[in-house]
Design a protein around this ligand. Structure first.
Ligand code: RP5
Length: 181
């Protein structure tokens, strides 16, 4: 992806690649119609300072792109893949079959069946090919889980997760106080 600095001719592409940390999380989705659901994941990764990439990879419409994406992901430096899809949601499972990286599946709710079809498609994987499935449309949890996985080798991420949990606790306790006063 090109940056504003590149577009303005202020910096060349090679310099940008050297300056920009390589993405460690890949967010992929079956369609641009999934994008609103994935925004929360992107926001969390941004908030935690985790370099990530985000793109569309369709298991059914761009199968060759899916194979290429999954097979090159680890070599490109990705550590975790978040894969979202709705309906016949084959993307997370197929990507998990093509890479040894951990894959987190986000079931996206479509108008029909309320996302239950997506949830079942993603979580009912055969033995030997795991996909860590989060709740329907809950891309926030997908990002938080990805950060916890990264935290096993980058302790700063675990510290940030602890701060996030403390803030959530304070927020809820604040609401309790308001309710009870
Ligand atoms: C899946 O089909 C996508 O992940 C999306 O959730 C669903 C519908 O796609 P569109 O018809 O909106 O492009 O592959």
């Amino acid at each position: 992806t090109r940056t504003i600095l590149e577009y303005n001719g202020l910096i060349d592409t090679a310099t940008v690649s050297a300056l920009t940390p390589a993405p460690v999380v890949g967010i992929i989705m079956g369609s641009d119609s999934d994008l609103p659901t994935l925004k929360a994941a992107a926001n969390i990764l941004q908030e935690f300072g985790v370099p990530f990439e985000l793109t569309i990879v369709s298991a059914h419409r761009t199968p060759k792109r899916m194979v290429q994406y999954a097979e090159t992901a680890a070599a490109r430096g990705l550590k975790v893949i978040i894969a979202a899809a709705g309906g016949a949601a084959h993307l997370p499972g197929m990507v998990a079959a093509l890479t040894a990286l951990p894959v987190i599946g986000v079931p996206v709710a479509l108008k029909q069946l309320d996302g239950v079809d997506s949830l079942y498609s993603i979580c009912q994987m055969p033995r030997g090919v795991p996909v860590a499935t989060v709740a329907i449309n809950n891309s926030t949890n997908a990002a938080l889980l990805a950060i916890r996985i990264l935290g096993s080798t980058v302790p700063q991420y675990l510290e940030k997760i602890e701060i996030y949990a403390k803030n959530s606790e304070a927020e809820v306790l604040g609401k309790v106080k308001t309710l009870e006063s």
